[in-house]
Design a protein around this ligand. Sequence first.
Ligand code: ATP
Ligand code: MG
Length: 318
Amino acid sequence: MSPLAANAGRDRLRIAIQKSGRLADPARSLLAACGLSWRESRDRLFCYGESLPIDLLLVRDDDIPGLIADGVCDLGVVGRNELDEQAAERRRNGLAPAYRELRGLGFGRCRLMLAVPEHWEWRDAAQLESLRIATSYPALVNEWLQAQSVAASVVELSGSVEIAPKLGTADLICDLVSSGATLVANQLKPVETLLDSEAVLAGPVREPDDARAPLAAMLLRRLDGVLKLKDSKVLMFRANAEQVPGLLRLLPDAEPPSRLTAGVEAVNGAGAMQAAAESGLLSLQALCHGAVTWQLLEELERAGAQGLMVLSVERSLV
Ligand code: ATP
Ligand code: MG
């Protein structure tokens, strides 16, 4: 019996990830950070979950939305670009939504952008009237054109989109851009963003109502713990009580407000602050959600912090 058939029951969760490509390794690492481990099968199409009843299916990224829609997989890690394109395609065919984005995962970031020949003077979308746009994302481009009330034609290409203007098969392109180097190499410049993309965890519109539901909920909770603390550090130090407000002001400044909250929580929270009786100093710890640089440490020291220590955060349930 094939591993797939052997696990066709509804008491194991099945997650589709990219077999190889940009999203493959980060997707696996993220799931491993959530405590999942797998027994590899020789063909590496299916990985049987060992630590938990959560299996992996390794596929092409284009197949992931369809596998979720068909109920073959319960969850998938896929680029928002791919998920949204296939959702737009379903809308165009009058089909009901079949999947939804559960979490942005923070890797595989790129943008779906219109790019025109370098020498064009770009004003707005009205310029595109009657032109030809080469893209691998025809459904998203068509929806965007419709929203702009522009009648342009879409030339669907599965790869090497950026060369189409040079070949004369299109006037401009709409493609994924991360660094922009490919555009520059092809004498193109980006002018409009249709979509900000990253890898996402996708799931079906309707959640399962069997043993997979608590498994999925547990995975999401662990995932939130991992994502929230990604790049976070615990900063430990000692200081006099009167120096604390000044030190906290140094912590949140250049960062989102969550850092200030974390700092204040840490100072006010039970267990986070213990009096160091013998020295008369307070022991403090603050959860920092941004970079804790050498410069920041030196500023804190000048403001009265002693014994500064920066610790990595591995996991948390908060
Ligand atoms: P597969 O063989 O699985 O179909 P692929 O060639 O379609 O692979 P990759 O090139 O590995 O896919 O890209 C996977 C995803 O990585 C894209 O769908 C997108 O979400 C993301 N990505 C990030 N940056 C870029 C980029 N510069 N170009 C293309 N994709 C990018
Ligand atoms: Mg693909």
